[in-house]
Design a protein around this ligand. Structure first.
Ligand code: TEU
Length: 541
């Protein structure tokens, strides 16, 4: 018997736990904070929350450096709090997805500490290599670079070898050619499945394997970048290896046994910034949601309606039978959608994620139009920003999109009762906050609520979908199903207002009702509109 595919035609909401809600006034969000706000998700009617890492961690990469995979970091609470969270979520009909970080551990993880000392069975848990000796000087084994800048290899004097770290030096890469590592990770996944989670977001999955010859990566011609910038290399040996798909299939199997037991499908979301064909391959390897980052890359605020149509059509056509597409609006590594595309255009992306078939994934704060907060170098704590240095940190730091959630206009935006918060609150919180938007029928919040409801309509699941160029400046998405009114999304890509006759471009009724319109569009929802003459203000949807 088939279990209900609850993640399709639904919204998933990403929580960055440090920044969501602080229950104890230390300025850092925690599990009790999340528990106290679970009603927010019921109110929005999103189907699941995905929580960025909560495991024990020295926080070199704010939780993406794990020193114990099977316990909660005291900053966030403890395992009892986690059980309370899943119990309450379950009672509320909300799924809970954990972020899982298999590519690396913290250098403080006991596995690494023992591996340094060559204590069995940990000796080969990590990717250790001898350096190359040239004229009496020892150099890293090859030219590989870390995502956060500098060599991907660090020499460990105690062991007398280099270890691979594709991220910070505090995040040594696990060696997936070791069967023992695979067993350990299976046990960690099982631990959380036994604690009632509904699935995992698998972090940095395309970094798991490296080609065993460890050849130098080809250099790219990038005179615009510092020589040790990650983007100066073409990563053909350290990323996207075929073995990844086989490993993922084994995790799929593991989850399936739990799906049967709990009579509810456990899902996998996979994070891989790579090309479309490689991403699509994750479906057949068992990922329910191979994250589709097209609204982040390759598309951006300079992309045309044609660029959007080409990419959206390609994705929809390439999703294998039995699977469904997904649309990522934002995450903790990327500038917020309201900053990437601008305030006026941001709502259009929430609408796209709703109107297109499949799953929509939003980042906390997107539902109220939160924006990046610029930081000085002194305020910067993200290793990606700190490593880049005072001249270049703005290009790399992810702090701007990680500021505390803006609940209301009280101290610290209602996020914390503490004197300081781990990252500063965005100064716009007095006007831009959830409480204010809840009482405003034409707010981002009110719009998003309507979109979540729309997403659950059968026409979004099974209706035909067509992406239409309305001239050069406007993109349309038309959903049609027999015997029901079509659903039409129109997005003005230009920075000037336009009047369009939509019926020239698409076969739709002369009169249609406006369900939602972007904040600032000047179009009230609920009105009946003449589709031969639609005024779309700059950036409006
Ligand atoms: O990100 C993996 C990844 O590919 C990132 O390098 C991403 O491209 C970059 O952050 C963009 O600025 C995951 C997590 O999402 C990220 O927060 C972690 O820092 C990283 O893995 C290491 O665990």
């Amino acid at each position: 018997s088939k279990t209900k595919e609850w993640w399709k035609d639904a919204f998933i909401y990403q929580i960055y736990p440090r920044s969501f809600m602080d229950s104890d006034g230390d300025g850092i969000g925690d599990l009790k904070g999340i528990i106290s706000k679970l009603e927010h998700f019921v109110d929005l009617n999103v189907s699941a929350i995905w929580i960025s890492p909560i495991y024990v961690s020295p926080m070199a990469d704010f939780g993406y450096d794990v020193s114990n995979f099977t316990d909660v970091d005291p900053t966030f609470g403890n395992i009892t709090d986690f059980s309370a969270l899943t119990a309450k979520a379950k009672a509320l009909g909300l799924k809970v997805i954990l972020d899982f970080v298999p590519n690396h551990t913290s250098d403080k993880h006991p596995w690494f500490v023992n591996s340094v000392k060559r204590i069995k069975p940990y000796t080969d848990y990590y990717v250790w290599m001898d350096g190359s000796l040239v004229n009496g000087t020892i150099y890293p084994p090859n030219n590989w670079l870390s995502v956060f800048g500098g060599s991907a290899w660090t020499f460990n004097a105690e062991r007398g070898q280099y270890y691979l770290h594709q991220f910070t030096t505090g995040q040594p890469d696990l060696n997936y050619r070791s069967a023992a590592v695979i067993t350990e990770i299976d046990a960690a996944l099982t631990f959380w499945l036994d604690h009632g989670v509904d699935g995992f977001r698998i972090d940095a999955i395309n970094y798991l394997f490296e080609d065993i010859e460890y050849l130098d990566e080809p250099r790219l011609f990038r005179p615009d970048l510092p020589v040790d910038d990650y983007e100066t290399l073409d990563h053909i040996y350290s990323k996207d290896q075929v073995e990844t798909y086989t490993l993922l299939k084994s995790w799929r199997k593991l989850l399936d046994t739990h799906s049967k037991k709990d009579k509810e499908t456990k899902i996998l979301l996979t994070e891989a910034y790579t090309d479309m064909p490689q991403t699509i391959k994750y479906y057949d390897a068992g990922s329910n949601i191979p994250m589709n980052f097209m609204f982040i890359t390759p598309l951006d605020n300079r992309s045309t309606t044609r660029d959007f149509k080409r990419n959206i059509d390609a994705w929809i056509n390439d999703v294998p039978k039995g699977h469904s597409p997904n649309w990522i609006v934002g995450n903790h590594d990327q500038h917020r959608v309201a900053t990437r595309y601008g305030r006026k255009r941001a709502d259009g992306f929430l609408m796209l994620a709703a109107v297109l078939p499949g799953t929509g994934v939003i980042y906390y704060g997107d539902e109220i139009g939160m924006e990046d907060r610029n930081m000085t170098f002194n305020e910067t704590v993200d290793p990606a920003g700190c490593n880049a240095g005072p001249q270049r940190y703005r290009l790399k730091s992810r702090d701007p999109e990680r500021t505390p959630y803006q609940w209301d206009n009280t101290t610290n935006a209602g996020f914390s009762t503490g004197n300081t918060t781990w990252l500063p609150v965005h100064p716009n919180y007095k006007e831009l906050n959830l409480a204010a938007q809840k009482i405003d029928p034409s707010s981002h919040y009110s719009l998003f609520k309507k979109l979540v409801a729309l997403k659950k309509m059968p026409i979004i699941d099974s209706g035909e979908v067509e992406v239409i160029l309305v001239g050069y400046e406007v993109m349309g998405v038309v959903r049609k199903s027999p015997d029901v009114a079509p659903v039409v999304l129109l997005m003005n890509f230009e920075s000037y207002p336009l009047v369009i006759d939509a019926r020239t471009w698409m076969n739709i009724p002369e009169e249609m009702t406006v369900l939602v319109s972007s904040v600032g569009s000047g179009i009230p929802s609920g009105v009946t509109m003449d589709t031969t003459e639609i005024l779309l203000s700059a950036g409006a949807s």
